[in-house]
Design a protein around this ligand. Structure first.
Ligand SMILES: Cc1cc2nc3c(=O)[nH]c(=O)nc-3n(C[C@H](O)[C@H](O)[C@H](O)COP(=O)(O)OP(=O)(O)OC[C@H]3O[C@@H](n4cnc5c(N)ncnc54)[C@H](O)[C@@H]3O)c2cc1C
Length: 407
């Protein structure tokens, strides 16, 4: 996501770029979840994209009406369906991640991607940097930006033994399913798009979100009984001594999910159980981890190599800010790269400018990255601890406001 957004912006500015991707094609992985985009990053996405691509953002909303401008995130007692609190986060959009990625990839004539290119290392050259790939190929450029995600190889070279993810003690199961108008109607009354819930009885946190409404998935043209909402649901809980481990088989995972949902508010439980057998539902298990950017920095080879997105600050999804911060990185980096490229590569000032501007970019990245990674970790641990969460809601009627990260 970060790499494609950056590539769209560089293409718009006429600055040469190459995108290398380890997957063999654009269809290789679906990663089909929704993305909440906050008001602090949405204008920057529009700035980075060419106008013709930015104009298509409404086409990747999960619901053309209700997902365009969302205000409160409801947080429920998931055993009863009663509200516990709400987080006031106005101006949010909810996008379909896969469609957004395709828009960044193909919109406005598309960006060039070299598939099947797994970066394994890099090294400085006289004027720039050389990236080395698993197939033995090498490419040289003025700068290398590691946007290779949570388990970044570029980060592991930059930060060696300090690059590993911090794995949190959370078990996380995720599913997607289609539900009917009748089944979704009690859920729509709470919120037309998404809510978070904690269940003391299930000892779990549940996150539910619409991924496509009937207007988006085409069922709106059918009889109301045929309308379908494609939804995502995650069920996660804190690992405790004596927990049974998550089964390897999908059948076992579906059984475990059913056990957890047995204690959940009946309308949500029934909507899910009506549709989940091991034959029609794939239960994904995600490892929950984070990485705080090193405050002491890293050797960026005088600005030749840097990081952005999850590679620079991997965070849990419980504040919905990973992609939003990747957008801020891309925005800041584009400002720096534009200034670097105002000098020809052969100019004596080029290397000096590159070092100064990338050092400044990374200074802001490290401060903001540390703040948001730790806030997301805190939120993750709190929503998996009923007593602590209830205590916290007593102190704050409206939950933790989403602070706008400094630009
Ligand atoms: C369930 C879930 C829900 C989320 N919800 C939200 C949300 O609501 N809001 C939000 O802001 N964020 C959310 N996030 C986080 C968000 O998805 C990420 O922050 C965002 O996708 C990061 O984008 P990225 O480009 O940095 O990394 P990625 O999207 O992971 O892209 C990295 C790319 O690099 C490629 N790659 C990896 N290694 C190599 C290599 N060695 N060589 C070449 N290519 C390589 C990968 O194949 C991939 O294409 C969520 C995450 C999850 C898991």
């Amino acid at each position: 996501m970060t790499g494609l957004l950056l590539a769209q912006a560089l293409k718009k500015l006429g600055i040469p770029y190459r995108v290398f991707e380890r997957d063999s094609s654009r269809c290789w992985r679906s990663q089909g979840w929704g993305l909440t985009v906050h008001s602090f990053s949405a204008p920057k996405i529009r700035y980075l994209l060419p106008d013709v691509v930015s104009a298509q953002i409404p086409s990747v909303l999960v619901d053309p009406v209700n997902a365009a401008d969302m205000t409160d995130l409801m947080i429920l007692d998931m055993s009863t369906g009663e509200p516990l609190t709400a987080m006031r986060v106005p101006g949010r959009m909810r996008l379909n991640r896969k469609k957004t990625r395709d828009l960044f990839l193909e919109g406005g004539g598309g960006v060039d991607v070299q598939w099947n290119k797994t970066v394994v290392s890099y090294g400085a050259t006289e004027h720039g940097v050389k990236a080395v790939f698993a197939d033995g190929s090498e490419y040289e450029g003025g700068m290398l930006v590691g946007v290779d995600g949570a388990r970044s190889v570029v980060r592991s070279v930059l930060c060696s033994d300090k690059a590993a993810l911090n794995i949190l003690p959370i078990t996380f199961l995720g599913i997607q399913l289609d539900i009917t108008r009748e089944e979704i109607s009690p859920l729509l009354k709470i919120d037309p798009i998404t809510f978070l819930g904690l269940s003391q009885a299930a000892d779990a946190c549940l996150f539910y979100a619409v991924m496509s409404s009937p207007e988006v998935n085409g069922t709106a043209s059918l009889a109301p009984s045929e309308h379908r909402w494609h939804v995502q649901l995650s069920v996660s809980w804190q690992k405790r001594a004596g927990d049974i481990s998550v089964p390897d088989s999908n059948e076992g995972r579906v059984q475990l999910l059913h056990q957890k949902l047995a204690h959940v508010w009946p309308p949500l439980k029934d909507a899910v159980l009506n549709h989940t057998t091991h034959e029609n539902i794939q239960v994904d298990v995600l490892s929950i981890g984070d990485w705080v950017p090193l405050q002491e920095g890293w050797d960026n080879l005088d600005g030749r190599v840097t990081l952005a997105g999850d590679a620079a600050h991997t965070m849990t999804m419980f504040r919905g800010e990973g992609f939003n911060n990747a957008v801020l990185d891309a925005y800041n980096l584009v400002q720096a790269i534009t200034q670097v490229y105002s000098e020809p590569v052969s100019s004596p000032n080029f290397a000096e400018q590159r070092k100064k501007l990338i050092d400044e970019y990374e200074q802001e990245l490290r401060a903001r990255g540390a703040r948001v990674v730790l806030a997301s970790r805190e939120q993750c641990m709190r929503v998996h601890n009923w007593e602590e969460y209830i205590e916290w809601t007593r102190k704050s009627t409206w939950g933790i406001p989403h602070e706008q990260p400094s630009p």
